[in-house]
Design a protein around this ligand. Sequence first.
Ligand SMILES: Nc1nc2c(c(=O)[nH]1)N[C@H]1C(S)=C(S)[C@@H](COP(=O)(O)O)O[C@H]1N2
Ligand SMILES: [Mo]
Length: 344
Amino acid sequence: MNSIPSLPPGQQLAATGKWPIVGERAPAAGDTWRGVEITGLVDSSRHWTFDELAQLPQAHLATDIHCVTRWSKLDVRFSGVWLDDLLRVVGVQAQARFISFLAHSERAHSTSLTLADALAQRTLLALACEGIPLDLSRGGPLRTIVRGKYFYKSLKWLRRIELLSEDRLGFWETHAGYHNQANPWREERFVATSPNRIELGRRLASLDFREANLLNLDLSGRDLSGMRAARGILRNADFRRARLQRADFSGANLSNAKLQDANLSDAIFRDADLEGADFCGADLRGADLRGASLFGATFCSTVPPDERTAAAVALIDVRTQYSAVALETLAPPQAAVLRHGTAT
Ligand SMILES: Nc1nc2c(c(=O)[nH]1)N[C@H]1C(S)=C(S)[C@@H](COP(=O)(O)O)O[C@H]1N2
Ligand SMILES: [Mo]
């Protein structure tokens, strides 16, 4: 057997040749991108056009990509300009501690880093990937690539860089509870906020989670049969061993959900976001997964047999429905479970 490349905990390789588009898929419509400026706590602000950046000596970076939704791609080659070099041109002032990156996008997407984290050739302003100018959907003409962080710290359609004395939390960090450190080796995925207790109590009584927006929900081991959660945003929820027969998760966001050993028979996941969800040992007989996004999802354990606890493979039958296109996005051992079902 070939040696297995080392992945951070809880990550698995994306299927060969597959690279999901995550988050925004296109820059702001209407006015065009006009290059990048560096402002804030600098000696003199400056603006660079694409051509000016392209004429600078191009640096090359081969790095591993780790998405918070649990897929990784190893050794992806980018080229562009080191942030360090541009910061030397503008002159960073002594009070600057943080650096904020702003996108040319509809919702003015942003993210931030400590200045210390951004330097030492950690942050590349990338113009190309694998020798080809960056696709628009990948953040072209210009995106950042930040090595050693989950990929949400790498901003697409970079338009402004601002040096700050206090941190300014980015879009995902503010609205989706993503961890501000984002170190994949320490699994800094989400901040541990607990859901609003009053809202949770009301919803548990009625089992109505439609349109709810609750991060890090812990409903492990509960009887939630028939739960209604269409279009709920329930990132990083813990449903291990829960009874969820006939639950409706149509259009819901269950990214990174823990569904190990849950009873999901006849549950509906139509068009749900199931990226990074873990179904090991779950009962998926009669479940409807059509239209669901399954990048980074797990159906069989990658843990060695002697370290496994409960059932390690999802239970599938002929009534389990899923789309062929979702199969292609799964790592081969995971796709095999869906395709061939499970011997019981
Ligand atoms: N402008 C912008 N940049 C962004 C995002 C976004 O929604 N908008 N999503 C982030 C996330 S969560 C990831 S995983 C990567 C995805 O990059 P890709 O679409 O090239 O895979 O972009 C990051 N940068
Ligand atoms: Mo991500």
